[in-house]
Design a protein around this ligand. Structure first.
Ligand SMILES: [Zn+2]
Length: 385
C-alpha cells in the first residue's frame, strides 16, 4: 500500500500551498504562490494597526450611544463562545445598552441551552428569541437538502433575517456581529475588509435561497415570516447598518474561548465532525451540516479547523491533513436524527448529495468515482486489523 501520510484525501484537486483548503471551497482564490485568501489574511492580521482600528470602533459606538435610543445596538447571539465574548466587549468594555437577539434553529444541545441562558444572566441584557415550529423546521430541513445541499437553510436564513427584522421593529439601527468575514471565510482579507452593510449578504453567502424559493406543496409562504428580509425602504429609512467586532479588535478564537470559559462559565462540549470542542457546541446538527459539506465539496469542518491551526502555527500541514481526513470522513451520529425528521433514507440522502457534488465540482478533479475510491480507501486504511 502507498503511504499517504500527510497527503490530502483527493490527489487530483488543488489545495492551498500553506494550509489544507481545497479549490472546491466556495469563492476560493489563490495568489501566484498558490496561497489562499484566508492564509494571506492571517498574515496581514499581525501587521494591522489594531490600535487605530479600535479607535474607529470607539467612534462608531460613541455615535450610536449619543443617539440616546432605547437600545444602542442589537447583538445577534446563538449562545456560542462568540456570543458571550461579544456581550462582554460591548456591555462591559464599551458600556453599550444592547438588545440580544436569537434566531433559534431549534436544534440546541443541552450545553447550548445552558450557554445561551448563562450569558443572558451574566450580562443582564434584554433578549428577543424567535423559534419556528418543529414541523416547519422538519419540512424545511428536507427541502433544504434539495435546494442548497445542506440541512440548515432555516438557520442560515433566520440568523440573517430575524435580527434585521428586529432592528426595524424596535428601531435599533446598529447590528454588531463577532468574527470578521476576513477571518476564515476567504471572502475578504484584513487589509480589504468588507465594511459596507449588505441586506442580502446572509442570503447570498449562506442561505442561497430567498424564502419564496423554498415554498412547495408542504411549505407555504405564510409560514415564512421569520425568514423575510425587511424591505430596502425600511432598512434605508432607519439607516440600518452592521459591523463585525473582528474588523476592529484582534480576534483570537482560542484565547477568547478560554476567557469566556474561565471568567463567565461558558461550557465546551464534544462536537461531531471536528476535533475542536468549542465551535458550534450549541447545535446538535453541526455534524450533519459539515458532513454534507464534505459530501458536496470534499472537505468538512476538520479541514477548516486544521487549516486554522496551520495558520496559527499549531500544526504542520501534514499533521493537519491527517486530522482533517479522519474527522471529515466520519459519518456523524446526528445523521440518524436528520433522516428521521425528513423521511429520507440514507440512499436517497446520498443520491441528493451526489447531484450537488457533481454541480460543485463540474469540470474539476472530483468525479464520483474518484470521490468514492478515495473515501473507501481511506476508511479501509483506518480499520484496525
Ligand atoms: Zn491557505
Amino acid at each position: 500500500m502507498i503511504n499517504t501520510y500527510g497527503q490530502p484525501l483527493f490527489p487530483d484537486i488543488k489545495y492551498c500551498a500553506r494550509c489544507c483548503m481545497p479549490e472546491t471551497n466556495e469563492g476560493m482564490q489563490f495568489d501566484e504562490m498558490g496561497i489562499c485568501q484566508a492564509c494571506q489574511s492571517s498574515e496581514q492580521k499581525i501587521r494591522i494597526n489594531w490600535v487605530e482600528r479600535e479607535k474607529e470602533l470607539r467612534k462608531i459606538l460613541d455615535y450610536y450611544k449619543s443617539l440616546n435610543n432605547e437600545y444602542d445596538c442589537i447583538i445577534p447571539i446563538s449562545g456560542g463562545k462568540d456570543s458571550t465574548f461579544q456581550l462582554h466587549v460591548l456591555t462591559k468594555v464599551y458600556g453599550m445598552r444592547a438588545l440580544a437577539v436569537t434566531f433559534s434553529h431549534t436544534w440546541f444541545t443541552e450545553t447550548g441551552k445552558y450557554n445561551l441562558q448563562n450569558c443572558l444572566e451574566k450580562f443582564d441584557v434584554d433578549h428577543v428569541m424567535f423559534s419556528p415550529s418543529r414541523s416547519l423546521v422538519n419540512r424545511l430541513a428536507r427541502q433544504s437538502l434539495f435546494k442548497i445541499g445542506d440541512a440548515c437553510w432555516h438557520c442560515h436564513s433566520g440568523v440573517g433575517a430575524f435580527p434585521m427584522q428586529t432592528a426595524v421593529r424596535y428601531k435599533i439601527p446598529l447590528l454588531i456581529w463577532g468574527e470578521s468575514i476576513a477571518e476564515a471565510s476567504g471572502r475578504a482579507t484584513h487589509r480589504n475588509p468588507v465594511r459596507k452593510f449588505d441586506r442580502d449578504y446572509f442570503t447570498q453567502v449562506s442561505a442561497k435561497r430567498y424564502p419564496e424559493e423554498m415554498v412547495n406543496s408542504e411549505i407555504s409562504l405564510r409560514e415564512m415570516s421569520a425568514f423575510k428580509l425587511p424591505s430596502v425602504e425600511d432598512i434605508e429609512a432607519l439607516g440600518v447598518t452592521g459591523i463585525h467586532l473582528g474588523d476592529f479588535i484582534f480576534w483570537d478564537d482560542e484565547r477568547q474561548m478560554e476567557f469566556v470559559r474561565d471568567v463567565y462559565g461558558w461550557k465546551e462540549d464534544k462536537v461531531e465532525g471536528t476535533y475542536k470542542n468549542y465551535k458550534s457546541v450549541e447545535c446538535r446538527m453541526a455534524g450533519v451540516h459539515d458532513y454534507t459539506k464534505f459530501l458536496k465539496r470534499g472537505f468538512g469542518r476538520g479541514t477548516d479547523h486544521a487549516s486554522q491551526d496551520v495558520r496559527a502555527g499549531l500544526l504542520t500541514r501534514e499533521e493537519a491533513f491527517e486530522l482533517a481526513k479522519k474527522t471529515d470522513t466520519e459519518r456523524p451520529p446526528a445523521l440518524d436524527y436528520y433522516l428521521s425528521i425528513t423521511g429520507f433514507t440514507e440512499v436517497e440522502f446520498n443520491a441528493v448529495m451526489r447531484e450537488h457534488r457533481a454541480k460543485v465540482t463540474a469540470g474539476g478533479g472530483l468525479t464520483d468515482a474518484a470521490f468514492n475510491e478515495a473515501v473507501q480507501a481511506y476508511r479501509a486504511s483506518q480499520v484496525k486489523p
